[in-house]
Design a protein around this ligand. Sequence first.
Ligand SMILES: Nc1nc2c(ncn2[C@@H]2O[C@H](COP(=O)(O)OP(=O)(O)OP(=O)(O)O)[C@@H](O)[C@H]2O)c(=O)[nH]1
Ligand SMILES: [Mg+2]
Length: 250
Amino acid sequence: MRTLVVTPTYNEAENVRLHVEAVLARPAAPDVLVVDDGSPDGTADIVRALAEEHPGRVELLERSGKLGLGTAYVAGFRWALAAGRWDVIVQMDVDGSHDPASIDDLLAAVEDADLVLGSRYVPGGAVANWPWSRRTVSWVGNLYARQVLHAPVRDLTGGFKAWRTDLLTRLDVDSFEANGYGYQIETTYRALQAGARVVEVPITFRDRERGESKMNTGIAVEAVSAVWRIRRTPAPSARPVNPDDAAGRR
Ligand SMILES: Nc1nc2c(ncn2[C@@H]2O[C@H](COP(=O)(O)OP(=O)(O)OP(=O)(O)O)[C@@H](O)[C@H]2O)c(=O)[nH]1
Ligand SMILES: [Mg+2]
């Protein structure tokens, strides 16, 4: 399966080279797309150098300013679907929290699934070196979202996932609205609504060791109300389609 790993970055100059080289070295030989939001620390320059070192395997999508993780993924997915070169798209963070070695497990599972979630909360999954405060927020947030949405998955807020590109096409990535943690919840929920085969594989999540976290209380609070909006919004296939919109988007 031809695979692309999409990673959004904002001020990740200390992490991006390590991440890209580790991804390229996986046995499946994935390509990499970095979606950078004009990082002032020169993250994009490092990606440009990597693209020269690995011709045809490293792509950079630049946006003008920090516009949020959710819209970065939408832009990256849209770009990848338009290019049409990949069967599977993996999304993951750049900061070492998602171990590139786990890409192998996600890809093995996506042979028989449409969406694979790297999951901290199934047997074998774990969270390493997170303070109890973040563990609690994550655990409670997951429980809350799972209950409100009646979603039969253990890790709804994780950001390490492998998508079959045909599922993303079916879901219409432009319909994704949430931006922070809500984005992870929304996209997995849309897949469930669409009847996709969603599978969880265990991962160990590690706290970042370099660079600064972009997570803040506002992002967590946004997710609390986002869950209710996500529940109210019908599945993409059930929404009326304006033919003009649809033509303009593709
Ligand atoms: N392009 C882009 N990337 C972002 C933005 N916000 C965060 N990211 C990236 O998204 C990924 C996750 O962000 P983090 O800051 O690690 O957030 P987190 O993993 O929830 O929080 P920590 O565990 O504290 O690191 C990282 O690769 C970030 O560089 C943004 O606004 N635009
Ligand atoms: Mg992180």
